[in-house]
Design a protein around this ligand. Structure first.
Ligand SMILES: *Cc1c(COP(=O)(O)O)cnc(C)c1O
Length: 238
């Protein structure tokens, strides 16, 4: 990425944000949905705290991160500047990171097993907070890439619904490599029904990334997680 002045980067982010919001509105219109019915989470991973701060100042309230070692200092830096975005943790989460994540995350999209749910519940309680919880589903059953098997979504939903410091909100998935996005997100919509049988209010569906968000919106996504569309291409992750 070329080095830009702070002001030039800000203008670029504003442009990207405008274009992304416009594309999201069009996807909603194409799907016959209200433009305000889908929440945009801007995924700032690999980008500096300055970019995250600029987005918040441009009115983008929801930010996503996928690694605690990057997210925790970024959240602290924004807080030190008096900026309090709604932080969404969207990446693979180890149990021993639950304490750290519970300190700043308002939403965790990647709860995929009972011991992790329990650890996050305890950590949130210790921090005097309640975290909004989404169950990440492994749509193709390749759980090594994260997510609970489709058949375990109902029982995990019951576990989270019973956790005092977790607020069961719905489901999340990444479309498996090589799958038609429409097929992936239709399966996720079925998983959402299983969660709503446990708690009818847990209707959030976090689905759709820069390459496939229109298909996700068409299949009922209530949150899209967009990185490259808003921030630009990332350097390869270490
Ligand atoms: C990086 C990431 C995104 C955003 O991906 P883009 O292709 O940059 O839009 C969304 N969800 C998760 C879980 C991610 O790790």
């Amino acid at each position: 990425m070329p080095i830009l002045t702070t002001q030039a980067r800000r203008i670029q982010l504003q442009d990207n944000l405008n274009r992304t919001r416009q594309a999201l509105s069009e996807a909603c219109a194409d799907a016959g949905r209200e433009p305000g019915s889908v929440r945009l989470v801007a995924v700032t991973k690999t980008f500096p705290a300055d970019d995250a701060a600029a987005l918040v100042e441009l009115g983008q309230a929801d930010l996503g991160e996928n690694r605690d070692q990057e997210a925790a200092p970024k959240a602290a830096e924004l807080a030190a500047r008096g900026l309090e975005p709604v932080w969404h943790f969207v990446g693979r989460l180890q149990r021993n990171k639950a304490r750290s994540v519970a300190a700043y995350a308002d939403w965790v999209h990647s709860i995929d097993r009972a011991p992790l749910a329990d650890a996050l519940d305890r950590a949130s309680g210790d921090r005097g907070r309640t975290v909004n919880a989404l169950i990440q589903v492994s749509l193709d059953g390749d759980v090594a890439r994260g997510g609970a098997p489709v058949g375990e979504v109902g029982s995990l939903a019951e576990r989270i619904a019973a956790a005092p410091y977790l607020n069961l909100k719905g489901v999340m998935a990444v479309a498996p490599l090589g799958w038609e996005p429409a097929k992936a997100f239709a399966l996720l919509a079925e998983c959402s029904e299983a969660v709503r049988r446990v708690d009818s209010g847990a209707a959030e569906i976090s689905a759709g990334m820069s390459g496939d968000f229109a298909a996700a919106v068409n299949a009922g996504a209530t949150m899209v997680r967009l990185g490259r569309n808003v921030l630009g291409e990332r350097e390869p992750m270490a």
